[in-house]
Design a protein around this ligand. Structure first.
Ligand SMILES: *Cc1c(COP(=O)(O)O)cnc(C)c1O
Length: 362
């Protein structure tokens, strides 16, 4: 079966991990520091804090903004469930913003109407690595004085207006799950410009330790959200190959755009000011029935095709716990009609052709 994605772990990556294993320093140490400075240099953001996964990154970012019970945080309805779960973990209430029609991302026009006196933050997801409408969203953030957390879990290497995603938000979160562009199995990272918030994040990932004091003092009830040096060493080499990873994915996306000619299959659109890393290549069908038929058709040809994200407000936890009717019509349609095609650098020309033929024969 041709998978949806497969990490490209090379001998040099394994050798880097072996070195760490033999060094005896396995937890957060020099490798984590190197990863943090590489991320902060790449994005031109002053600080980076590596953590145990992308959900931990979102959770700590919310806490760094002081989000707590009684607050509201606006988040995209169509995303991986973690984008909303992190808000619940912080004690606040998620307010779901529908996606724009024919888009996989937050409707910036609708966003404005969801802001209330309780709104403490906005989580902007760049779903599948496709850049959200950052110009409109940033001007709303400035107009209302509401901070932005970028959920850039899928978006390493994508850019908007020539600027890398993850460099717009007050805080920005990345994930290193195997479905993302670079991976350590589990892992996450936060980019942040405010030094006080950076200090808070560093303390909170390490049980609330006071990093200023000479003798160990704990000033918060923190977590163990640390990243290990094993994970960081695995990521550093992959990060240095980011350009070639992006080119590899671009090459496949270009073939999909040029050669999938089935009028029943709607290809994703990316605005001219945006560059997408193609973490996921989503396509859309006229209705759920056709989408489901395509999934069986692809599977019967040995090709994986998966439902790539949720309409979060329809998931049982959210629909059953909310007293209000949350209708995110566009997100619901995406949930019914979208599917992800295989997309990873290691795909051969033959693999790509198989996927294209499966689409065109449908
Ligand atoms: C993967 C993902 C996350 C969660 O990251 P983990 O590392 O799996 O915790 C959050 N948001 C989005 C949009 C994601 O795709």
């Amino acid at each position: 079966m041709l998978p949806i994605s497969k990490p490209d772990i090379r001998l040099e990556d394994i050798e880097a991990v072996t070195k760490v294993l033999l060094s005896g320093n396995l937890v957060q140490g020099q490798q984590v520091e190197e990863l943090e400075s590489a991320f902060s240099r790449l994005h031109n953001v002053p600080f980076a804090v590596a953590v145990s996964n992308g959900t931990a990154a979102l959770h700590l970012s919310l806490l760094a903004l002081g989000v707590a019970e009684g607050d509201e945080v606006i988040v995209t309805a169509y995303s991986f469930i973690a984008s909303a779960n992190a808000i619940v973990l912080s004690g606040a209430k998620p307010v779901f913003c529908d996606v724009a029609p024919d888009s996989y991302n937050m409707d910036a026009g609708l966003l404005k109407t969801l802001i209330s006196p309780r709104t403490k933050a906005i989580i902007v997801v760049h779903e599948f690595g496709i850049p959200a409408e950052m110009q409109d969203i940033m001007s709303i953030s400035e107009m209302f004085g509401i901070p932005i957390i970028e959920d850039a879990a899928c978006a390493l290497g994508s850019s908007y207006g020539g600027r890398l995603l993850g460099s717009f938000g007050n805080l920005s979160c990345f994930s290193f799950h195997p479905r993302k562009l670079i991976t350590s199995g589990e892992g996450g990272l936060i980019l942040v410009s405010n030094e006080e918030q950076r200090n808070f994040l560093q303390s909170m990932r390490n049980h609330g330790l006071d990093l200023e004091s000479q003798n160990r003092k704990y000033i918060h009830a923190g977590f163990n959200y640390r990243m290990s040096d094993i994970s960081a060493s695995l990521l550093l080499n992959q990060l240095s190959r980011l350009d070639s990873i992006l080119i590899g994915r671009q090459r496949i996306a270009e073939r999909y755009f040029a050669e999938i000619v089935n009028p029943g299959i709607k290809l994703p659109t990316v605005k001219s000011e945006s560059v997408c890393n193609w973490q996921t290549f989503p396509v859309r069908f006229e209705n759920k029935l056709k989408r489901d038929k395509f999934v069986s058709h692809a599977n019967s040809l040995g090709i994986s095709a998966i439902l790539p994200a949720q309409n979060i407000p329809s998931e049982p936890f959210y629909s059953l716990s909310s007293n209000e009717e949350v209708a995110c019509v566009n997100a619901e349609k995406l949930w019914e009609e979208a599917v992800a095609l295989p997309m990873f650098e290691l795909m051969t020309d033959y693999d790509v052709r198989q996927v294209i033929e499966a689409c065109n024969d449908f």
